[in-house]
Write a protein that binds this ligand. Structure first.
Ligand SMILES: [Zn+2]
Length: 450
């Protein structure tokens, strides 16, 4: 998920003035809803988190680099309920972050709130993002962005770059024709590839695939690593299906050469080249010590192809022995395919995160998914929010607060249930909570946490 709501809210004419009836969003019906163990919940609230996935903004006004595929450009689509402006979660976030004193979001009170938000941003300046981390209890936030910028510096913020453009050196005309969404998204990938080439001072693509790998792909990954990247991210599920097959170098190489100076590759030919490049990029990322993040979720968008994001489609890549030096993270936990993501945790180098779920799902629904994973591979599950700017009054800090609160609540519920079922002791529940909230990520990215 990304910064999509601004345009949609404006387009839809929705205004955030609805009165809020209750603060907890009403009853949920998930089987893993039960009174949470208060000691465990307090323990989990006190853990300083590592947030595995966000599109945090810099302090630059109108920051436009928080996502390679910002969906503002797409046609409007309806948002799930929890992201709509009348969700009571926003009010709770305003209270916690900005000491908002009111119990409603009336026009007058919202004007006052906007004043407070601007004042805090002004007063904190470059330190605003770190101030937010302290408010939400996050020690380290991964920033999945085109580039880092003012306010986002290590050790509190760590970069996750985008690598889809490297997989798309040829004309994407036929790829883009598949859906109205893709029509908008592919040109953004082309633009980012041109930026990567410019950073390397390369004016035109090299004549062979081998030279493309050696002078564009590897050097770009090396530059990203040197700039502090801990992982690279594929948003490929927005552009194609995740079935990255094994393809011989000469097959891929001949497609590259055939269409380099013109013409549009057939979709089968282009798939072969992309598949080859995906595995090359993933292998190089592993060699350089960067994990590979892969978007897997049921959205966003009205033309998004959910079936193409099933983590099971990644199994052949996960089983590639030459990729066992690369760690993969199924970002957003596969969403509707959460149990398929769980099945992939048998692979020694595959992890899942709960980002976006923490914004879109109820804590009780999430608790059920988490429990299923934690009963199998607790060392492979990572906390995350997908915090992003979601609209004029819904900056990344607001979604970070909501996602963090929901994540902690869901984890408390899942572990309480496991304790009651006799699956884990209280001590082990505390240990697993610490692993999910921070230690698993610290180990995966080799973060030196105090
Ligand atoms: Zn995201």
């Amino acid at each position: 998920m990304r910064a999509i709501v601004t345009a949609l809210l404006i387009a839809g004419g929705i205004v955030a003035t609805a009165c809020v009836q209750s603060r907890d969003g009403g009853a949920a019906t998930n089987p893993v809803q039960l009174p949470v163990d208060s000691g465990l919940a307090a323990f989990i609230d006190g853990i300083r988190a590592v947030d595995n996935h966000t599109h945090v903004n810099t302090v630059v006004l109108a920051d436009s680099e928080s996502d390679a595929l910002p969906l503002e450009a797409l046609l409007p689509f309806d948002l799930p309920m929890r992201l709509r402006p009348d969700n009571p979660g926003w009010l709770a976030a305003y209270r916690a972050l900005y000491d908002y004193p009111h119990a409603d979001l009336s026009d007058a009170h919202m004007t006052e709130l906007r004043g407070t938000i601007q004042r805090v941003a002004r007063e904190r300046g470059d330190k605003f993002p770190e101030w937010v981390l302290d408010r939400v209890g996050t020690e380290v936030m991964l920033a999945n962005r085109i580039a880092m910028g003012p306010g986002l510096a290590p050790p509190r913020f760590r970069w996750v770059s985008f690598v889809d453009p490297l997989m798309l050196p040829l004309s994407t005309k036929d790829e883009a024709a598949v859906s109205p969404d893709r029509q908008k998204l592919f040109p953004l990938e082309e633009k980012l590839l041109r930026r990567y080439l410019a950073e390397l001072k390369i004016e035109k693509l090299p004549a062979t695939l081998d030279t493309y790998l050696g002078t564009v792909v590897t050097p770009t990954l090396e530059r990203q690593r040197q700039a502090g990247c801990v992982a690279v991210k594929f948003e490929a599920a927005y552009l194609r299906s995740l079935d990255f097959d094994e393809v011989a170098a000469n097959t891929a190489g001949s497609v590259y050469v055939r269409y380099l100076s013109g013409g549009v590759p057939s979709r089968d030919d282009y798939k072969a080249l992309q598949d080859f490049l995906f595995r090359y990029i993933a292998r190089e990322a592993g060699r350089l010590g960067m994990a590979v993040h892969i978007h897997s979720f049921e959205g966003a968008g009205a033309f998004y192809r959910v079936a193409g994001s099933d983590p099971l489609l990644l199994e052949s890549a996960f089983n590639d022995p030459t990729l066992r030096g690369t760690n993969f993270v199924i970002v957003h936990g596969g969403g509707v395919y959460a149990s398929h993501a769980g099945a992939m945790l048998w692979k020694p180098n595959v992890f899942v995160d709960i980002s976006a779920m923490t914004l879109l799902y109820s804590p009780s629904k999430m608790a059920g998914l988490l429990k299923d994973w934690l009963l199998q591979f607790p060392e492979k599950v990572l906390f995350g929010t997908d915090a992003s700017a979601l609209g004029p009054d819904m900056g990344w800090e607001v979604s970070a607060w909501i996602g963090t609160k929901t994540g902690r609540e869901a984890l408390s519920t899942a572990l309480t249930s496991m304790m009651r079922d006799g699956d884990v002791s209280r001590a082990r529940a505390n240990e697993i909570a610490t692993m999910v909230m921070r230690l698993n990520a610290a180990r995966l990215y080799n973060l030196k946490l105090q």
